[in-house]
Design a protein around this ligand. Structure first.
Ligand SMILES: [Ca+2]
Ligand SMILES: [Ca+2]
Length: 436
């Protein structure tokens, strides 16, 4: 820039000379001035190139320092608060997944990939507390208090229960005070109200009730049934029944949804194995799969595609028939397709390995495992290698039942990067409605 200024100054000087009527400098003077300007330009050019070289050196030094510091890996990524991270590899091409703790939901990307630039893709996600009160679970004017992975209800007067669903038993007391209720308790209240047995001991009255009953509070001559279901509704651990509790006069009983029986201890529910007890309506060409709370009739059909034909070699497996020499597309079709059915309960904790696929006698030098499914299966499953010859299907996010999820796992065998064979495993998961 300075040499340009020099030329401009030089031209101005010439015009001033002319304006004052003086002669322009001689040819010799002109040439010597030009030479000086040329020298000036060269000197600046050299200085400019030198400073460019210095800058480039500094940049290279910085880049190599950064690469050494990272050791060719992305920086360690921490899991966001209230979450877990799956995957440890920090080399380019690998990804990590994040799963929020129960009661939290993920905001942002659920996985990040280590890029060639040694930075992670996307932004770090966060785990947000799920507002369990959003669905207004408290009934009869109860106030909902959101807690981590649960809620509690503050009930107004006259209501009780986890969701303020039960009227408090003052109604019994009020009614037993009326002569009508006392005279005909079986009509109005069934056997929930009974007279007490009173004895006089040294001038004082002692009244007692049958087991399962208690003095009504206001009137010692009347006993009311203890509502055990209401009394022990608090908390999962202290609950009387796994599913639902039915209050009975002088006692209670547990009940289970259809498809389940109450266990011997009277508290739990056990799935009925309809397939074992032949309670099913599956046809001869179908297989019966027992599920929690029900059963499924399934039939395995071998694929019908244009380039290859399949034969059913076992109830759950189809294998490709030998390819004819002139059929170039046939060898690319899967060599086998296996079906597997899993019955699981709703909200199964994750991460959890659901299924493993391995090669018994690998022929090539490389085995690859991948998840072919799209959509919902991708949200809940990943496929990862568990050892050199085994891949596993991992549930990474709990599934709320009832639902059916299908995941397709492909194992491909390669030798010197040439595809030798493909094996497909279709895993169908029947997820129950209840968590037992
Ligand atoms: Ca009772
Ligand atoms: Ca069943």
């Amino acid at each position: 820039m300075i040499w340009m200024h020099a030329i401009i100054v030089f031209l101005c000087l010439c015009s001033i000379h002319t304006a004052f009527g003086q002669d322009c400098p001689s040819r010799q003077e002109m040439q010597s001035s030009l030479k000086q300007v040329q020298k000036l330009v060269s000197a600046h050019e050299a200085a400019y190139l030198q400073s460019l070289r210095t800058l480039r050196k500094k940049l290279n030094l910085l880049q190599s320092t950064a690469a050494k510091a990272n050791n060719g890996t992305c920086l360690k990524l921490d899991a966001p608060a209230n979450s877990r991270k799956l995957g440890r590899a920090q080399t380019p091409g690998h990804e990590v997944h994040f799963i929020c703790d129960p009661g939290y939901e993920l905001v942002g990307a659920e996985s990040r990939v280590c890029l060639e630039s040694l930075t992670w893709s996307g932004q770090q996600p966060t785990c947000r507390d799920i507002n369990e009160c959003a669905s207004s679970p408290c009934l009869n004017g109860g106030t909902c208090v959101d807690e981590v992975n649960r809620f509690s209800c503050m009930c107004p007067k006259g209501w009780a229960g986890a969701t303020c669903q039960s009227p408090v038993p003052t109604a019994f007391v009020t009614m037993t005070n009326t002569s009508a209720a006392l005279s005909a308790p079986s009509v109005t209240l069934g056997s929930f109200v009974r007279p007490s047995r009173c004895t006089q001991v040294q001038g004082t009255t002692h009244c007692t009730c049958d087991p399962g009953y208690t003095i009504s509070g206001r009137d010692s001559t009347t006993c009311i049934d203890i509502d055990e279901c209401e009394l022990f509704h608090m908390g999962q651990a202290g609950r009387l029944c796994l599913h639902s509790c039915v209050n009975t006069p002088g006692g209670y009983r547990c009940s289970c949804p259809s498809g389940y029986n109450v266990t011997r201890d009277g508290r739990n529910c056990k799935d009925i194995d309809e397939c074992a007890t032949r309670l099913t309506n599956c046809t001869r060409d179908q297989m019966c799969i027992n599920t929690y709370g029900g059963f499924q009739c399934v039939r395995v059909d071998c694929p019908r595609i244009r380039n290859a034909t399949y034969s059913q070699t076992s109830p759950l497996r189809c294998e490709r028939n030998p390819c004819s020499v002139d059929n170039k597309l046939c060898p690319q079709a899967p060599n086998s397709i296996s079906h597997h059915y899993l019955s699981v309960v709703s909200n199964l904790s994750a991460p959890r390995t659901m299924f493993r696929v391995s090669a018994l006698r690998p022929m090539g030098d490389t085995l690859r495992f991948s998840l072919l499914s799209r959509g919902q299966a991708r949200r809940h499953f990943i496929v990862q290698r568990s050892d050199r010859q085994t891949g596993q299907l991992v549930l990474v996010r709990p599934v709320q039942g009832p639902a059916v999820l299908e995941a397709e796992v492909e194992m491909s065998e390669l030798d010197k990067r040439v595809l030798l064979a493909r094996y497909i495993t279709k895993v169908t998961m029947f997820i129950s409605q209840y968590e037992f």
